[in-house]
Write a protein that binds this ligand. Sequence first.
Ligand SMILES: Cc1cc2nc3c(=O)[nH]c(=O)nc-3n(C[C@H](O)[C@H](O)[C@H](O)COP(=O)(O)OP(=O)(O)OC[C@H]3O[C@@H](n4cnc5c(N)ncnc54)[C@H](O)[C@@H]3O)c2cc1C
Length: 360
Amino acid sequence: MPDASAQPTTDADRAMPGPLAGHTTLRTGGPAERIVAAGSADELVQAVRAAAEPVLILAGGSNVVIGDAGFPGTVVLVRSRGVRVIAEDASSVTVRVDAGEPWDDLVAATVANGWSGLECLSGIPGSTGATPIQNVGAYGQEVAETITGVEVYDRVEGTRQVIPAADCGFAYRGSIFKYVDRWVVLSVDFRLTRSPLSGPVRYAELARALNVEVGDQVPLADARAAVLRLRAGKGMVLDAKDPDTRSVGSFFTNPVLDRATYEQLLERTADLGDPPAWPGADGLVKVSAAWLIDKAGFAKGHPGEGGVAISSKHTLALTNRSGTAHTDDLLTLARTIRDQVHARFGVTLHPEPVLINCTL
Ligand SMILES: Cc1cc2nc3c(=O)[nH]c(=O)nc-3n(C[C@H](O)[C@H](O)[C@H](O)COP(=O)(O)OP(=O)(O)OC[C@H]3O[C@@H](n4cnc5c(N)ncnc54)[C@H](O)[C@@H]3O)c2cc1C
């Protein structure tokens, strides 16, 4: 088992062996007691078994906020790679993807192969193994639609098993895996459709960008290119030269309100117009967090203390603008936003990333 602090396995590991900031897209977070890189599923299991608690599984570091005090235990870096076809027929292909496989490399390969199902998830940073954790989604697609099973190591039982998609509890930015230390994702199975075309475009903004109607299908490569363009315009594709991308993407999830709470919100926004909203099942309504934040007085680019700021391209992204900010500064800005949105609209925003050794 390589020890990342002694024998790094990637450029990022090599560049910043000390503070965990070097392993996160936010570039904040203090040191860990020990960092171990696992290059295969077996090594992942061994590393987790061998380490004394607490153990943090860390892959791309694009959905974590790590406290300035760091992590008082072992961090296991997920660096396993591999994609293989495990089943296929005339209309579909099922691929098994190792947890450490970079997500966007996988999406690019599926688009190139004429396998439809992931194209709208182009440009999302991080690893494939992390995608089931919060049911990664964007532009009308979620991984829950194509995942058939998730191979995990169960830290409680000490066993390996495949959890079928139906038992993963997939929901909007959630699953049984999020906020729970029990499961280590080893690989993920995706069933994709053999088709040169995307699924029906569901997201109005994407349809506009493609010059088609919602419900139309477009060549896979066109869908990918349009999504990458839209995302880059919002600072949602990692770019070392663009400080707006030094973030975790969206910091807050869109609040999902029951009908009564939604009606109360409409009363409080009467002078502003209706917030963008998406009706869901059981009368629930998902409301745009970005709109609430903006109308509560936080424009794009709004600065906090210590070098943090709201992205100049997207109200939902909180950034380490200076590159030298601390997690505490970022959380102070997040708290200010959350509290002001609550005071103005009576709606509580919740963070989308996982907070490690820090709280909001
Ligand atoms: C610019 C930007 C844009 C983004 N856009 C989107 C978007 O459009 N949609 C979206 O859903 N997300 C988005 N994200 C969030 C993030 O990219 C995804 O959640 C991604 O899947 C996280 O992958 P990761 O490998 O970086 O996970 P990490 O940040 O390393 O980990 C996230 C959580 O998953 C756990 N974890 C990671 N790997 C494993 C594993 N193998 N087994 C068990 N637990 C594990 C970690 O312990 C942690 O709790 C964005 C982030 C950024 C920075």
